[in-house]
Design a protein around this ligand. Structure first.
Ligand code: HEC
Ligand SMILES: [Cu+2]
Length: 237
């Protein structure tokens, strides 16, 4: 418990983090990469909706009298042994999504659990090196070159670019997805509504469109991803 408190204080002041004990920077980076597509955790910029919102999950535990260090153990156990028995949605009868076991293991699993326990429903933003961990925020504008507009998938539920620009006319829009999580590229606006194939593990989703000047949206049409932030503005001139 002392160790966790110590690391948290160090992280808050932005000084060098030690590699022995819980490494929050590593934990956050792994959370963004491996957990954010399914869970919401505000400090990690995670907005996934497949599993429970972890800020709220912690608040419920806190009401039940749990401390953050106990919660760290709960999260760690959940990573190693999720509720495997698939349950059915009482309304639709369809199986609810399950969390795969051992997405991260060993010290990585400890680091992720430590970060979740540190960050859940904690007011304010991460500071110092912790603020930069995980990256993930889309930045800048993708520009079409030679009739192709490339908007790769980034980290978590995000493309690498926030916006895109292309000249009017025939355009191929491509999105390489290096994640094991399913994504695609889709465009709508101005009467256009096109969706590329859903791909994983280095696959490329692609669509061919003929666009008039105007404003469009590019987005991922996989359930919940657009709402979670996989969306940007495409300006055609
Ligand atoms: C494919 C989607 C998916 C991924 C990826 C995923 N989870 Fe989950 N998670 C779920 C679902 C669904 C549940 C609820 C059912 C269950 O407990 O298995 C859940 C439950 C949890 C809970 C329990 C929340 C509560 O209600 O108390 C925690 C904590 C958690 N996940 C943490 C993580 C962490 C940390 C990672 C990354 C290592 C992760 N999850 C990755 C889907 C996911
Ligand atoms: Cu997606």
């Amino acid at each position: 418990m002392l160790l966790l408190a110590g690391v948290a204080v160090v992280a808050l002041t932005g000084c060098e983090l030690k590699d022995d004990g819980d490494n929050l920077v590593n934990g956050k980076a792994l959370f963004v990469e491996d957990c954010s597509q399914c869970h919401t955790l505000a400090r990690a910029g995670a907005q996934g909706v497949v599993g429970p919102n972890l800020d709220e999950a912690w608040q419920r535990s806190e009401k039940d009298g749990l401390g953050r260090s106990t919660y760290e153990g709960v999260v760690h156990r959940q990573i190693l042994q999720p509720n495997r028995g698939a349950q059915n949605d009482p309304e639709t009868g369809k199986p609810l999504p399950v969390m795969p076991a051992n997405i991260v293991t060993g010290e990585d699993a400890q680091d992720v659990a430590a970060y979740v326990a540190f960050a859940a429903a904690r007011p304010g933003d991460d500071q110092g090196r912790l603020a930069d961990a995980g990256g993930g925020k889309p930045e800048g504008t993708a520009e079409a070159k030679g009739g192709t507009l490339s908007i790769p998938v980034g980290v978590g539920l995000a493309y690498k670019f926030a916006d895109a620009e292309a000249p009017a006319g025939q355009l191929t829009i491509e999105s390489v997805n290096d994640q094991p999580t399913e994504h695609n590229i889709a465009v709508d606006g101005g009467g256009v509504d096109e969706k590329g194939d859903v791909v994983t593990d280095g696959g490329t989703s692609s669509i061919d469109v003929d666009l008039k000047p105007g404003e469009y949206s590019f987005y991922c049409s996989v359930d919940g991803h657009r709402a979670a932030g996989m969306e940007g503005k495409l300006t055609v001139k």
